[in-house]
Design a protein around this ligand. Sequence first.
Ligand code: CP3
Length: 350
Amino acid sequence: MAAPDSRFVRACKAMAVDRTPVWFMRQAGRYMAEYRAVRQKHSLIEICKNPQLAAEVTITAAEILNVDAAIIFADLLLPLEVMGLPFHFSAGEGPIIERPVRSHEDVARLRTDSAADLGYVSEGIRLVSTHFGTKLPLIGFCGAPFTLASYMIEGGGSRHYINTKKMMYSQPGNWDELLRKLVLVTSECATAQVRAGADVIQVFDSWVGCLSVEDYRHYVLPRTSELVRNLKQSGAPVIYFGTDTATLLTSMKETGADVIGLDWRVPLDEGWSRLGNDGAVQGNLDPVVLFSAWKNVKLRAQEILDRAAARPGHIFNLGHGILPETPVENVKALAAYVQEYSAGARFHLK
Ligand code: CP3
């Protein structure tokens, strides 16, 4: 941990700050010309596996946007490879896992002894945290057991998660063994990220919103809580994010995560109130709003900041990642606007 007193880390702990910290999920990505230039020469996986390149992409995005936190450039799916499941990204189709996990034998074969092979992620973190020092906190991340399991079982992205739910319902022993293995590997990998200099860990459970509350509580909450407990032992605050989670929020809070990431479907103050108006929340502008005129972006950002009412523990973000065609000027202006408006709001409250 390099910047434990930064406003972003303080906000994660629901402590008072001078203005609302802001960063964006997927802040390094195809919407940014500088990233596209690197991608012309290297594949996504090459960038991830080369600590120098990963650090460069991470630093460039954070500096261009002038946000309050950097997020290490890596991918959610990297642990699949060290567990023995090769995958690749195909243009237009997203990730493809070559041999999806469907049977007891498939789960039994998955390795949990090679998380150290993800050392290139920690190496990139070391470079970024040396670059920024105490000036800018750095976020490390990993996938949550449900979302990673869904990629492993479906073999890629999915609409209805049929194979995933089928395993959950009809092979519960197998399902739990898979989640247990994922918790082992992601705990080790994210803990190594904190040792290398990450200040906060974000756990992405991007697709968990496809579950009913009952199924979430029965099949997912226990192992996800175990992951959060393991990560908190590192001393870093944990952000737990998913989409379509309005009905799951109180259960997600039970994992013990310090910050709950809200998507745009729930009004920020309503989501926070469901969480007991306690702890910290992150969010939650609809990423598609960034495609509209600046006047509208500004208005919608202001609405979110007004709902947060300068209470300690709000981190401004989008409700999901920045999309590839997003106008970069709106993203830059949004970061600056959140910083300026939230500083003013605190001034007026005094
Ligand atoms: O600044 C950042 O946030 C970048 C680091 C980052 C990436 N992936 C790089 C990446 C992070 C935090 C992720 C997380 C990730 N990866 C998630 C969870 C976040 C979310 O959006 O819900 C998921 C589900 C993945 C798996 C994944 N990786 C998918 C579904 C895709 C899309 C495939 C496509 O073609 O759009 C990726 C590719 C990927 N990972 C890109 C980036 C910047 C796309 C750009 C590229 O191909 O260069």
